[in-house]
Design a protein around this ligand. Structure first.
Ligand code: IFM
Length: 451
Protein backbone atom coordinates (compact mmCIF):
# COMPACT_ATOMS: atom_id res chain seq x y z
CA UNK A 1 0.00 0.00 0.00
CA UNK A 2 1.38 3.40 -0.89
CA UNK A 3 1.34 6.23 1.63
CA UNK A 4 0.17 8.49 -1.20
CA UNK A 5 -3.31 6.99 -1.48
CA UNK A 6 -4.47 5.55 1.83
CA UNK A 7 -8.06 4.34 1.96
CA UNK A 8 -10.33 7.09 3.30
CA UNK A 9 -11.42 7.03 6.96
CA UNK A 10 -14.46 4.82 7.43
CA UNK A 11 -13.70 2.66 4.38
CA UNK A 12 -15.68 -0.54 4.87
CA UNK A 13 -13.95 -3.92 4.57
CA UNK A 14 -16.20 -6.91 4.14
CA UNK A 15 -16.95 -10.36 2.83
CA UNK A 16 -20.07 -11.49 0.98
CA UNK A 17 -22.33 -14.52 0.53
CA UNK A 18 -25.89 -15.27 -0.59
CA UNK A 19 -28.67 -17.32 0.92
CA UNK A 20 -29.16 -20.16 -1.55
CA UNK A 21 -25.41 -20.58 -1.98
CA UNK A 22 -24.67 -21.22 1.71
CA UNK A 23 -27.73 -21.75 3.89
CA UNK A 24 -28.94 -25.27 3.06
CA UNK A 25 -31.93 -26.28 5.22
CA UNK A 26 -34.02 -26.03 2.10
CA UNK A 27 -37.04 -27.71 3.64
CA UNK A 28 -36.79 -26.59 7.24
CA UNK A 29 -38.76 -24.31 9.52
CA UNK A 30 -41.41 -23.48 6.97
CA UNK A 31 -39.21 -22.33 4.07
CA UNK A 32 -41.02 -22.55 0.73
CA UNK A 33 -39.39 -23.79 -2.49
CA UNK A 34 -37.59 -21.29 -4.70
CA UNK A 35 -36.94 -21.39 -8.43
CA UNK A 36 -33.39 -22.53 -7.69
CA UNK A 37 -34.64 -25.56 -5.72
CA UNK A 38 -36.72 -26.61 -8.69
CA UNK A 39 -34.02 -25.78 -11.23
CA UNK A 40 -31.14 -27.50 -9.41
CA UNK A 41 -33.26 -30.61 -8.89
CA UNK A 42 -33.95 -30.81 -12.62
CA UNK A 43 -31.54 -33.33 -14.21
CA UNK A 44 -28.82 -31.75 -16.35
CA UNK A 45 -29.12 -28.22 -14.98
CA UNK A 46 -26.12 -28.12 -12.60
CA UNK A 47 -22.68 -29.75 -12.54
CA UNK A 48 -22.92 -33.20 -10.94
CA UNK A 49 -26.60 -32.54 -10.24
CA UNK A 50 -25.51 -30.43 -7.25
CA UNK A 51 -28.23 -28.57 -5.30
CA UNK A 52 -28.36 -26.07 -2.45
CA UNK A 53 -30.19 -28.53 -0.17
CA UNK A 54 -27.31 -28.57 2.33
CA UNK A 55 -24.73 -26.17 0.81
CA UNK A 56 -22.51 -24.89 3.66
CA UNK A 57 -25.17 -25.75 6.24
CA UNK A 58 -24.96 -22.12 7.34
CA UNK A 59 -28.57 -22.21 8.57
CA UNK A 60 -27.35 -24.45 11.41
CA UNK A 61 -23.75 -23.24 11.68
CA UNK A 62 -24.39 -19.49 11.62
CA UNK A 63 -22.99 -18.94 15.10
CA UNK A 64 -19.62 -20.44 14.14
CA UNK A 65 -19.71 -18.61 10.82
CA UNK A 66 -20.15 -15.28 12.61
CA UNK A 67 -17.02 -16.12 14.64
CA UNK A 68 -15.24 -17.00 11.40
CA UNK A 69 -16.18 -13.64 9.90
CA UNK A 70 -14.97 -11.86 13.03
CA UNK A 71 -11.66 -13.73 12.83
CA UNK A 72 -10.96 -12.09 9.45
CA UNK A 73 -10.89 -8.61 10.97
CA UNK A 74 -13.56 -7.25 8.61
CA UNK A 75 -16.02 -4.46 9.39
CA UNK A 76 -19.00 -5.82 7.49
CA UNK A 77 -20.77 -8.90 6.20
CA UNK A 78 -22.96 -8.86 3.09
CA UNK A 79 -25.55 -11.63 2.94
CA UNK A 80 -28.90 -12.12 1.28
CA UNK A 81 -32.29 -12.87 2.73
CA UNK A 82 -34.12 -15.82 1.20
CA UNK A 83 -37.55 -14.51 0.22
CA UNK A 84 -39.10 -18.02 0.37
CA UNK A 85 -37.76 -18.43 3.90
CA UNK A 86 -39.55 -15.34 5.19
CA UNK A 87 -42.62 -15.51 2.92
CA UNK A 88 -42.93 -19.07 1.57
CA UNK A 89 -45.45 -18.25 -1.18
CA UNK A 90 -44.03 -14.82 -2.07
CA UNK A 91 -47.27 -13.20 -0.92
CA UNK A 92 -49.58 -13.48 2.05
CA UNK A 93 -48.40 -15.12 5.27
CA UNK A 94 -44.98 -14.39 6.77
CA UNK A 95 -42.91 -17.20 8.21
CA UNK A 96 -41.90 -16.08 11.70
CA UNK A 97 -39.26 -18.83 11.99
CA UNK A 98 -37.57 -17.55 8.85
CA UNK A 99 -37.64 -13.95 10.03
CA UNK A 100 -36.27 -15.08 13.40
CA UNK A 101 -33.26 -16.67 11.70
CA UNK A 102 -32.19 -13.35 10.16
CA UNK A 103 -33.04 -11.53 13.36
CA UNK A 104 -30.61 -13.74 15.31
CA UNK A 105 -27.95 -13.50 12.63
CA UNK A 106 -28.11 -9.69 12.55
CA UNK A 107 -27.91 -9.43 16.34
CA UNK A 108 -24.99 -11.86 16.52
CA UNK A 109 -23.08 -9.90 13.88
CA UNK A 110 -23.70 -6.63 15.68
CA UNK A 111 -22.60 -8.16 18.97
CA UNK A 112 -19.26 -9.00 17.30
CA UNK A 113 -18.93 -5.47 15.89
CA UNK A 114 -19.73 -6.51 12.31
CA UNK A 115 -22.20 -4.43 10.29
CA UNK A 116 -24.80 -6.57 8.49
CA UNK A 117 -25.49 -5.53 4.88
CA UNK A 118 -28.53 -7.28 3.45
CA UNK A 119 -29.57 -8.01 -0.12
CA UNK A 120 -33.26 -8.74 -0.67
CA UNK A 121 -33.04 -10.71 -3.89
CA UNK A 122 -30.12 -12.93 -4.82
CA UNK A 123 -32.07 -15.02 -7.35
CA UNK A 124 -34.23 -17.25 -5.15
CA UNK A 125 -37.75 -16.28 -6.23
CA UNK A 126 -40.49 -18.22 -4.42
CA UNK A 127 -41.61 -20.91 -6.87
CA UNK A 128 -45.23 -20.03 -6.14
CA UNK A 129 -44.64 -16.67 -7.83
CA UNK A 130 -42.89 -18.33 -10.76
CA UNK A 131 -46.04 -20.42 -11.19
CA UNK A 132 -47.84 -17.11 -11.79
CA UNK A 133 -45.33 -15.93 -14.40
CA UNK A 134 -42.44 -14.94 -12.12
CA UNK A 135 -40.60 -11.79 -13.19
CA UNK A 136 -42.46 -11.82 -16.51
CA UNK A 137 -45.54 -10.86 -14.52
CA UNK A 138 -45.63 -7.16 -13.62
CA UNK A 139 -47.47 -8.06 -10.39
CA UNK A 140 -44.28 -9.69 -9.06
CA UNK A 141 -42.75 -6.22 -8.76
CA UNK A 142 -45.47 -5.23 -6.29
CA UNK A 143 -45.07 -8.49 -4.35
CA UNK A 144 -41.34 -7.71 -4.07
CA UNK A 145 -42.08 -4.23 -2.71
CA UNK A 146 -44.34 -5.76 -0.02
CA UNK A 147 -41.57 -8.18 0.94
CA UNK A 148 -39.00 -5.35 1.02
CA UNK A 149 -41.19 -3.28 3.34
CA UNK A 150 -41.55 -6.22 5.74
CA UNK A 151 -37.78 -6.78 5.90
CA UNK A 152 -37.21 -3.05 6.39
CA UNK A 153 -39.77 -3.02 9.22
CA UNK A 154 -38.29 -6.02 10.99
CA UNK A 155 -34.54 -5.53 10.43
CA UNK A 156 -34.03 -2.09 8.91
CA UNK A 157 -33.00 -0.32 12.10
CA UNK A 158 -30.03 -2.68 12.54
CA UNK A 159 -28.74 -3.03 8.98
CA UNK A 160 -25.73 -1.22 7.53
CA UNK A 161 -27.52 -1.15 4.17
CA UNK A 162 -30.25 -2.83 2.17
CA UNK A 163 -29.74 -3.63 -1.51
CA UNK A 164 -32.83 -4.50 -3.50
CA UNK A 165 -31.35 -6.75 -6.20
CA UNK A 166 -28.09 -8.52 -6.75
CA UNK A 167 -27.06 -8.51 -10.42
CA UNK A 168 -30.42 -8.17 -12.17
CA UNK A 169 -28.57 -8.80 -15.47
CA UNK A 170 -28.04 -12.41 -14.35
CA UNK A 171 -31.72 -12.91 -13.51
CA UNK A 172 -32.86 -11.42 -16.83
CA UNK A 173 -30.16 -12.60 -19.23
CA UNK A 174 -28.84 -15.84 -17.75
CA UNK A 175 -32.26 -16.85 -16.42
CA UNK A 176 -34.50 -15.83 -19.34
CA UNK A 177 -32.33 -15.47 -22.46
CA UNK A 178 -29.40 -17.89 -22.10
CA UNK A 179 -31.41 -20.19 -19.85
CA UNK A 180 -28.48 -21.54 -17.84
CA UNK A 181 -29.84 -20.07 -14.57
CA UNK A 182 -33.28 -20.53 -13.05
CA UNK A 183 -35.95 -20.49 -14.31
CA UNK A 184 -34.17 -21.66 -17.49
CA UNK A 185 -36.15 -19.70 -20.12
CA UNK A 186 -34.64 -18.77 -23.53
CA UNK A 187 -36.55 -15.85 -25.03
CA UNK A 188 -35.13 -12.41 -25.82
CA UNK A 189 -38.44 -10.53 -25.49
CA UNK A 190 -39.23 -12.16 -22.17
CA UNK A 191 -35.71 -11.41 -20.92
CA UNK A 192 -36.12 -7.71 -21.80
CA UNK A 193 -39.48 -7.57 -20.01
CA UNK A 194 -38.02 -9.32 -16.98
CA UNK A 195 -35.19 -6.76 -16.81
CA UNK A 196 -37.79 -4.00 -16.78
CA UNK A 197 -39.87 -5.63 -14.07
CA UNK A 198 -36.76 -6.13 -11.96
CA UNK A 199 -35.92 -2.44 -12.27
CA UNK A 200 -39.52 -1.50 -11.55
CA UNK A 201 -39.54 -3.74 -8.48
CA UNK A 202 -36.35 -2.06 -7.32
CA UNK A 203 -37.97 1.39 -7.52
CA UNK A 204 -41.19 0.21 -5.86
CA UNK A 205 -39.17 -1.45 -3.10
CA UNK A 206 -37.22 1.74 -2.39
CA UNK A 207 -40.50 3.65 -2.13
CA UNK A 208 -42.02 1.00 0.12
CA UNK A 209 -39.00 0.82 2.43
CA UNK A 210 -38.85 4.60 2.75
CA UNK A 211 -42.58 4.68 3.44
CA UNK A 212 -42.07 2.49 6.51
CA UNK A 213 -39.35 4.86 7.70
CA UNK A 214 -36.30 2.64 7.38
CA UNK A 215 -33.05 4.32 8.36
CA UNK A 216 -30.75 1.88 6.54
CA UNK A 217 -29.07 3.26 3.40
CA UNK A 218 -30.83 1.82 0.33
CA UNK A 219 -29.36 0.83 -3.02
CA UNK A 220 -28.92 -1.80 -5.71
CA UNK A 221 -26.04 -4.10 -6.71
CA UNK A 222 -25.15 -4.31 -10.41
CA UNK A 223 -22.59 -6.57 -12.06
CA UNK A 224 -20.48 -4.56 -14.44
CA UNK A 225 -17.41 -4.89 -16.66
CA UNK A 226 -15.21 -2.73 -18.79
CA UNK A 227 -15.42 -3.67 -22.46
CA UNK A 228 -12.44 -3.88 -24.81
CA UNK A 229 -12.83 -3.96 -28.59
CA UNK A 230 -10.51 -6.71 -29.88
CA UNK A 231 -9.31 -4.51 -32.77
CA UNK A 232 -10.08 -1.02 -33.98
CA UNK A 233 -12.26 -2.33 -36.82
CA UNK A 234 -15.72 -0.75 -37.12
CA UNK A 235 -17.33 -4.15 -36.47
CA UNK A 236 -15.42 -4.67 -33.21
CA UNK A 237 -16.03 -1.10 -32.11
CA UNK A 238 -19.76 -1.51 -32.66
CA UNK A 239 -19.77 -4.83 -30.87
CA UNK A 240 -18.02 -3.22 -27.89
CA UNK A 241 -20.62 -0.45 -27.84
CA UNK A 242 -23.41 -3.02 -27.96
CA UNK A 243 -21.93 -5.17 -25.17
CA UNK A 244 -21.47 -2.15 -22.91
CA UNK A 245 -25.04 -1.02 -23.60
CA UNK A 246 -26.50 -4.44 -22.81
CA UNK A 247 -24.36 -5.16 -19.75
CA UNK A 248 -23.75 -1.84 -18.03
CA UNK A 249 -25.99 0.86 -19.51
CA UNK A 250 -29.12 -1.35 -19.60
CA UNK A 251 -29.37 -0.98 -15.82
CA UNK A 252 -27.54 2.33 -15.25
CA UNK A 253 -29.43 4.40 -17.83
CA UNK A 254 -32.97 3.67 -16.54
CA UNK A 255 -31.86 4.43 -12.96
CA UNK A 256 -29.77 7.54 -13.67
CA UNK A 257 -31.07 8.81 -17.01
CA UNK A 258 -34.69 7.63 -17.16
CA UNK A 259 -34.45 5.60 -20.39
CA UNK A 260 -33.04 2.43 -21.96
CA UNK A 261 -29.86 2.81 -24.01
CA UNK A 262 -29.64 2.58 -27.79
CA UNK A 263 -26.66 0.97 -29.52
CA UNK A 264 -25.91 -0.62 -32.90
CA UNK A 265 -27.78 -3.93 -33.16
CA UNK A 266 -29.87 -3.53 -30.00
CA UNK A 267 -33.47 -4.01 -31.09
CA UNK A 268 -35.39 -5.76 -28.30
CA UNK A 269 -36.97 -3.43 -25.73
CA UNK A 270 -39.54 -4.05 -23.00
CA UNK A 271 -43.04 -2.57 -22.78
CA UNK A 272 -42.83 0.40 -20.41
CA UNK A 273 -45.79 2.07 -18.67
CA UNK A 274 -46.10 5.82 -18.09
CA UNK A 275 -44.36 6.78 -14.89
CA UNK A 276 -42.17 3.62 -14.74
CA UNK A 277 -38.91 5.52 -15.17
CA UNK A 278 -39.94 7.90 -12.42
CA UNK A 279 -40.35 4.92 -10.08
CA UNK A 280 -37.11 3.30 -11.26
CA UNK A 281 -35.13 6.52 -10.80
CA UNK A 282 -35.67 6.81 -7.01
CA UNK A 283 -32.71 8.37 -5.27
CA UNK A 284 -30.09 5.80 -4.23
CA UNK A 285 -28.08 6.07 -1.02
CA UNK A 286 -25.38 3.86 -2.53
CA UNK A 287 -24.54 1.93 -5.65
CA UNK A 288 -23.07 -1.56 -5.34
CA UNK A 289 -20.83 -2.77 -8.16
CA UNK A 290 -19.64 -6.32 -8.68
CA UNK A 291 -16.57 -6.68 -10.87
CA UNK A 292 -14.85 -9.90 -11.91
CA UNK A 293 -13.48 -9.53 -15.44
CA UNK A 294 -13.71 -7.51 -18.64
CA UNK A 295 -15.78 -8.23 -21.74
CA UNK A 296 -13.70 -8.84 -24.84
CA UNK A 297 -15.62 -7.70 -27.91
CA UNK A 298 -14.53 -9.48 -31.07
CA UNK A 299 -16.87 -9.64 -34.05
CA UNK A 300 -14.80 -12.59 -35.33
CA UNK A 301 -14.95 -14.50 -32.07
CA UNK A 302 -11.24 -14.05 -31.30
CA UNK A 303 -10.37 -14.95 -27.68
CA UNK A 304 -8.78 -12.35 -25.34
CA UNK A 305 -4.99 -12.64 -24.89
CA UNK A 306 -5.27 -13.03 -21.06
CA UNK A 307 -1.81 -11.67 -20.13
CA UNK A 308 -2.68 -11.94 -16.39
CA UNK A 309 -4.10 -15.44 -16.72
CA UNK A 310 -7.59 -16.65 -15.91
CA UNK A 311 -9.66 -18.03 -13.07
CA UNK A 312 -10.98 -21.55 -12.66
CA UNK A 313 -14.21 -20.22 -14.23
CA UNK A 314 -12.17 -19.39 -17.36
CA UNK A 315 -12.70 -15.66 -16.70
CA UNK A 316 -9.78 -13.43 -17.62
CA UNK A 317 -7.95 -11.72 -14.74
CA UNK A 318 -8.05 -8.08 -15.82
CA UNK A 319 -7.56 -5.72 -12.86
CA UNK A 320 -7.16 -2.62 -15.06
CA UNK A 321 -10.79 -3.13 -16.08
CA UNK A 322 -11.95 -2.15 -12.60
CA UNK A 323 -10.20 1.23 -12.86
CA UNK A 324 -11.44 1.73 -16.40
CA UNK A 325 -15.01 0.83 -15.49
CA UNK A 326 -15.23 3.11 -12.43
CA UNK A 327 -13.52 6.08 -14.05
CA UNK A 328 -15.74 5.60 -17.12
CA UNK A 329 -18.91 5.62 -15.01
CA UNK A 330 -17.89 8.88 -13.40
CA UNK A 331 -17.35 10.40 -16.84
CA UNK A 332 -20.63 9.05 -18.27
CA UNK A 333 -22.99 9.58 -15.33
CA UNK A 334 -21.43 12.49 -13.44
CA UNK A 335 -21.90 12.50 -9.68
CA UNK A 336 -23.06 9.03 -8.66
CA UNK A 337 -24.07 7.95 -5.17
CA UNK A 338 -21.24 6.53 -3.05
CA UNK A 339 -19.99 3.29 -4.59
CA UNK A 340 -19.24 0.03 -2.80
CA UNK A 341 -17.50 -2.80 -4.59
CA UNK A 342 -19.95 -5.37 -3.31
CA UNK A 343 -18.27 -8.33 -5.00
CA UNK A 344 -14.84 -9.08 -6.40
CA UNK A 345 -13.13 -12.43 -6.21
CA UNK A 346 -11.77 -15.44 -8.02
CA UNK A 347 -12.48 -19.16 -8.26
CA UNK A 348 -9.27 -21.19 -7.98
CA UNK A 349 -8.61 -24.92 -8.12
CA UNK A 350 -7.73 -24.87 -4.41
CA UNK A 351 -6.32 -27.89 -2.63
CA UNK A 352 -6.35 -28.46 1.11
CA UNK A 353 -2.97 -30.03 1.92
CA UNK A 354 -1.61 -30.56 5.41
CA UNK A 355 -4.28 -28.29 6.84
CA UNK A 356 -3.39 -25.41 4.52
CA UNK A 357 -4.67 -23.95 1.25
CA UNK A 358 -1.82 -22.12 -0.51
CA UNK A 359 -3.88 -19.97 -2.88
CA UNK A 360 -1.24 -17.58 -4.19
CA UNK A 361 -3.29 -16.92 -7.33
CA UNK A 362 -6.18 -15.56 -5.24
CA UNK A 363 -3.83 -13.32 -3.25
CA UNK A 364 -2.41 -11.88 -6.48
CA UNK A 365 -5.94 -11.34 -7.82
CA UNK A 366 -6.95 -9.46 -4.67
CA UNK A 367 -3.75 -7.44 -4.50
CA UNK A 368 -3.99 -6.33 -8.13
CA UNK A 369 -7.72 -5.55 -7.97
CA UNK A 370 -7.36 -3.51 -4.79
CA UNK A 371 -4.52 -1.58 -6.45
CA UNK A 372 -6.82 -0.99 -9.44
CA UNK A 373 -9.56 0.18 -7.08
CA UNK A 374 -7.21 2.68 -5.42
CA UNK A 375 -6.19 3.93 -8.85
CA UNK A 376 -9.85 4.73 -9.57
CA UNK A 377 -10.20 6.40 -6.16
CA UNK A 378 -7.10 8.47 -6.88
CA UNK A 379 -8.94 9.73 -9.98
CA UNK A 380 -11.80 10.94 -7.81
CA UNK A 381 -14.21 7.98 -7.84
CA UNK A 382 -16.05 7.92 -4.49
CA UNK A 383 -15.64 4.32 -3.30
CA UNK A 384 -16.59 3.65 0.31
CA UNK A 385 -16.00 -0.07 0.71
CA UNK A 386 -14.91 -3.43 -0.68
CA UNK A 387 -16.48 -6.86 -0.11
CA UNK A 388 -14.59 -9.99 -1.17
CA UNK A 389 -16.70 -12.66 -2.85
CA UNK A 390 -16.93 -14.98 -1.09
CA UNK A 391 -16.52 -15.68 2.60
CA UNK A 392 -16.93 -19.42 2.02
CA UNK A 393 -16.58 -21.84 -0.86
CA UNK A 394 -20.20 -22.42 -1.81
CA UNK A 395 -22.81 -23.51 -4.36
CA UNK A 396 -21.69 -21.76 -7.55
CA UNK A 397 -25.06 -22.03 -9.36
CA UNK A 398 -24.86 -24.13 -12.55
CA UNK A 399 -21.21 -24.98 -11.69
CA UNK A 400 -22.33 -26.61 -8.44
CA UNK A 401 -19.61 -27.12 -5.82
CA UNK A 402 -16.81 -27.53 -8.38
CA UNK A 403 -15.79 -23.88 -8.29
CA UNK A 404 -14.29 -22.42 -5.14
CA UNK A 405 -14.41 -18.64 -4.56
CA UNK A 406 -14.01 -18.67 -0.76
CA UNK A 407 -11.43 -17.11 1.53
CA UNK A 408 -12.41 -20.08 3.66
CA UNK A 409 -12.19 -23.61 2.33
CA UNK A 410 -15.21 -25.82 2.95
CA UNK A 411 -14.92 -29.60 3.10
CA UNK A 412 -18.49 -30.42 2.14
CA UNK A 413 -18.43 -33.93 3.59
CA UNK A 414 -17.51 -32.79 7.11
CA UNK A 415 -18.49 -29.08 6.76
CA UNK A 416 -15.07 -28.28 8.19
CA UNK A 417 -13.94 -24.72 7.48
CA UNK A 418 -10.24 -23.85 6.93
CA UNK A 419 -8.89 -20.35 6.42
CA UNK A 420 -6.95 -20.19 3.16
CA UNK A 421 -3.68 -18.21 2.85
CA UNK A 422 -5.75 -15.49 1.16
CA UNK A 423 -7.88 -15.07 4.29
CA UNK A 424 -4.73 -14.33 6.30
CA UNK A 425 -3.48 -12.01 3.55
CA UNK A 426 -6.80 -10.11 3.51
CA UNK A 427 -6.71 -9.69 7.29
CA UNK A 428 -3.17 -8.31 7.04
CA UNK A 429 -4.14 -5.95 4.22
CA UNK A 430 -7.08 -4.60 6.19
CA UNK A 431 -4.93 -4.03 9.30
CA UNK A 432 -2.26 -2.27 7.23
CA UNK A 433 -4.91 -0.17 5.47
CA UNK A 434 -6.40 0.97 8.77
CA UNK A 435 -2.96 1.83 10.16
CA UNK A 436 -2.07 3.83 7.02
CA UNK A 437 -5.36 5.74 7.21
CA UNK A 438 -4.74 6.58 10.87
CA UNK A 439 -1.21 7.72 10.11
CA UNK A 440 -2.40 9.95 7.32
CA UNK A 441 -4.90 11.58 9.71
CA UNK A 442 -2.29 12.36 12.38
CA UNK A 443 -1.11 15.96 12.43
CA UNK A 444 2.52 16.38 11.36
CA UNK A 445 4.83 16.46 14.43
CA UNK A 446 5.92 19.95 15.52
CA UNK A 447 9.51 20.77 14.61
CA UNK A 448 11.85 20.39 17.60
CA UNK A 449 12.52 23.75 19.13
CA UNK A 450 9.88 25.44 17.01
CA UNK A 451 10.64 28.04 14.39
O1 IFM B 1 -21.36 -16.67 -7.00
C1 IFM B 1 -21.71 -15.57 -7.77
C2 IFM B 1 -22.64 -14.66 -6.99
O2 IFM B 1 -23.80 -15.34 -6.61
C3 IFM B 1 -23.06 -13.48 -7.83
N1 IFM B 1 -21.93 -12.82 -8.40
C4 IFM B 1 -20.93 -13.64 -9.06
C5 IFM B 1 -20.50 -14.76 -8.16
C6 IFM B 1 -19.43 -15.62 -8.86
O3 IFM B 1 -19.95 -16.17 -10.03
Amino acid sequence: MTAAHPYPPGFVWGVATSAYQIEGAANEDGRGPSIWDIFSHTPGRTANGDTGDVACDHYHRWRDDVELIASLGVDAYRFSIAWPRVQPLGQGAWNEQGLAFYDRLVDALLARGIKPHATLYHWDLPQALQDQGGWQNRETAQRFADYAAQVARRLGDRLGSIATHNEPWCTATLGHLVGKFAPGIQDAQIAAQVSHHLLLSHGLALQAMRAVGTRAPLGIVLNQSSVTAATDSEADRQKAEREYALFVRWYMDPIFKGRYPTAPGVSVYPAVHDNDFKVIGQKLDFLGINYYTRIWASSEGLPPPKPHGESDMGWENWPQGLTELLVGLKRQYGELPPIYVTENGIACADRLEGGRVADAQRIEYMRSHLAALRAAMAEGVDVRGFFYWSLLDNFEWDSGYDKRFGLVHVDYASQRRTLKDSAHWYHGHIDAARAATLNAQRPAPALAGGL
